[in-house]
Design a protein around this ligand. Structure first.
Ligand SMILES: Nc1nc2c(c(=O)[nH]1)N(C=O)[C@@H](CNc1ccc(C(=O)N[C@@H](CCC(=O)O)C(=O)O)cc1)CN2
Ligand SMILES: Nc1ncnc2c1ncn2[C@@H]1O[C@H](COP(=O)(O)OP(=O)(O)OP(=O)(O)O)[C@@H](O)[C@H]1O
Length: 203
């Protein structure tokens, strides 16, 4: 069955309904459980050789009880974080206390209340990036992703300079679901990491 069939309006509505319930489930999680699951997820990532070998990794600052990857930001890697500029994400280097950086700039709060790198901090170019850790509300077993609806990652990952870069969706296990609604622009991620393991997407 082709789940991209049906009207755009139906898919928009289905995505909106799924978003609301997934966001609610995540935000009602007890903070102790969120911390524990986040730590287990970080351990899973760390034991994956694709992560161990990656030198430059794109990540995100956790908001709304997204899995918190910040314990990993102390590892000796080059970390990149997004700054939303209109409809695009600009990627900047950031490390805790400015370690290994020529100059440390404070984080700012961006358009969606999400911490963002300072506009003057060093930018990262796509060619430098080895791995992209993608925030999501849910991912399905084939790697399709549901985000907040801004289309930021869809647009980025469809651009030629990013296409083919390894992408891992980061979600708690309850948000690894059998099937998400798909729009024509949705592209599958290469894998999903949850607190129970790393799953490379089914073909
Ligand atoms: N931590 C984190 N940083 C991130 C993302 C993310 O998912 N997580 N993004 C991933 O793209 C980008 C920000 N994307 C966002 C897109 C929409 C909304 C938002 O608040 N949307 C509205 C309504 C959207 C709609 O349904 O039309 C909302 O949720 O109230 C927030 C962030 C870049 N940084
Ligand atoms: N490759 C693309 N080029 C242009 N516009 C796009 C592209 N991909 C998605 N969009 C636009 O972005 C909007 C949001 O897409 P979608 O609902 O899939 O977002 P999302 O993946 O949940 O959000 P986000 O990536 O911000 O977390 C769509 O209405 C679509 O018009």
């Amino acid at each position: 069955m082709d789940l991209t069939a049906g009207s755009q309006a139906d898919r928009d509505q289905e995505k909106a309904i799924r978003r609301r319930s997934l966001l609610k489930a995540r935000q009602t999680m007890h903070p102790d459980l969120w911390r524990e699951k986040s730590d287990r997820l970080c351990a899973r990532l760390q034991s994956w050789e694709g992560f161990a070998q990656a030198r430059t990794v794109l990540a995100y600052f956790s908001v709304r009880q997204e899995p918190d990857l910040s314990p990993l930001f102390h590892l000796p890697k080059r970390w990149g974080f997004p700054r939303c500029v209109e409809k695009e994400m600009v990627w900047h280097r950031w490390s805790p206390n400015g370690a290994g950086m020529p100059r440390a700039y404070p984080l700012q709060t961006g358009a969606f209340g999400i911490p963002e790198p300072h506009p003057l901090s060093l930018q990262l170019s796509p060619a430098e990036v080895d791995l992209i850790l993608v925030p999501a509300l849910a991912c399905d077993v084939q790697g399709y992703r549901l985000g907040y609806g801004g289309g930021f990652y869809d647009r980025m990952l469809s651009a030629p300079q990013w296409r083919g870069k390894p992408t891992i969706g980061i979600v708690f296990e309850y948000a690894r679901v059998p099937r998400l609604p798909r729009d024509p622009w949705d592209r599958p991620l290469h894998g999903i990491c949850t607190e129970t393991g790393l799953f490379l997407a089914d073909g």
